[in-house]
Design a protein around this ligand. Structure first.
Ligand code: UDP
Ligand code: MG
Length: 294
């Protein structure tokens, strides 16, 4: 059975159209299905337009806006299919493309991510997305072209242990890939947004950079924090140490008094900060250790 999970926040005009299109596409697939609409605390009462339909179409409502990640999580908890599809509610994703995803799953893949062809987004957003994808490919071995595409399908077991929090749903594909599941991509159509407006403003770019850094840190160093803090700390410490060492030699052999050397402060600062960074890493290691020990 396929569970289609659709998080939405204030998309009242799109919901009914999407629902009808989805039903058509899913019926053509000749598989058992359910559609789960998750209302992320909308205030336009769009949920009342959805025609609940027994087991086929369910609605879940969050008490307040908790963000797309939480909506997806709640949708998952309320679904039962062994194959799960995530899809945006704004009609930018085309239900017609569902068959491509299902085909890949039938081919034996565990996780299928979309690649938006002819993506309808601002220039800046597109450039940023390309750069972020490159960064992830280079530093985190990401196999994905368009990791942020909201349209994806996967076997339920593939995301078994994923912990949704904050914005990390964006990195779900990477997590699955790291856990050794077979991942692949399919090209999907991307339509212009017809109704309502994008829920993410220009701050999306800045927040996106933080999220990418978090992912970088978590996936690369969460299990070995000292590898990250150790390098930075030791480098800082030794630069500071070299400065102080040089000043000391000059003081002893050339009698240059230290109060005339403003760089002394930089040297002292770097030694102290360097040690603190290393200590932060050691505390990080302790936290990991105690969490693993159980
Ligand atoms: N969404 C949500 N909660 C939020 C923000 C967005 O449920 O806090 C939903 C939104 O209604 C849509 C999907 O997530 O179904 C993608 O959002 P949007 O289309 O605004 O993002 P964009 O396509 O502009 O990146
Ligand atoms: Mg959209």
């Amino acid at each position: 059975m396929i569970s289609v999970i659709i998080p939405f926040y204030n998309e009242k005009d799109s919901l009914v159209i999407l629902q009808n299109k989805l039903k058509k596409s899913l019926t053509l697939l000749k598989k058992e299905y359910e559609i789960i609409f998750v209302d992320d605390g909308s205030n336009d009462n769009g949920i009342s337009r959805i025609k609940a339909d027994g087991r086929l179409i369910k609605t879940v409502r969050l008490r307040k806006r908790l963000g797309k990640g939480n909506a997806l999580k709640v949708g998952l908890e309320n679904s039962t299919g062994d194959v799960v599809v995530f899809m945006d509610a704004d009609l930018q994703d085309d239900p017609d493309d569902l068959k491509k995803f299902v085909k890949k799953i039938e081919d034996g893949y565990d996780f299928v991510n979309g690649i938006r062809i002819g993506r309808k987004d601002g220039r800046l957003v597109k450039i940023y997305s390309k750069l972020a994808a490159k960064f992830l490919r280079k530093f985190l071995n990401s196999p994905f072209t368009d990791i942020n595409c909201g349209f994806k399908a996967f076997k339920r077991e593939a995301i078994g242990s994923f912990t949704f929090y904050g914005n990390n749903f964006r990195f779900l594909p990477l997590d699955v890939f790291y856990n050794g599941f077979r991942v692949t991509e399919v090209e999907v159509k991307n339509n212009e947004r017809t109704y309502g407006e994008s829920k993410y403003g220009p701050t999306k770019l800045i927040v996106g950079i933080f999220d990418t850094l978090t992912a970088f840190f978590i996936y690369k160093f969460a299990e070995k924090p000292l590898h990250f803090f150790g390098y930075t700390g030791v480098t800082t410490f030794f630069i500071g140490f070299a400065i102080l060492f040089y000043l000391t030699l000059e003081r002893i052999f050339h009698r240059i008094l230290l109060y005339r050397r403003p760089i002394l402060f930089l040297g002292m600062l770097m030694v102290i900060v360097g040690i603190q960074i290393i200590m932060t890493g050691i505390i990080g290691e302790l936290i990991v250790y105690f969490n693993k020990r159980k």
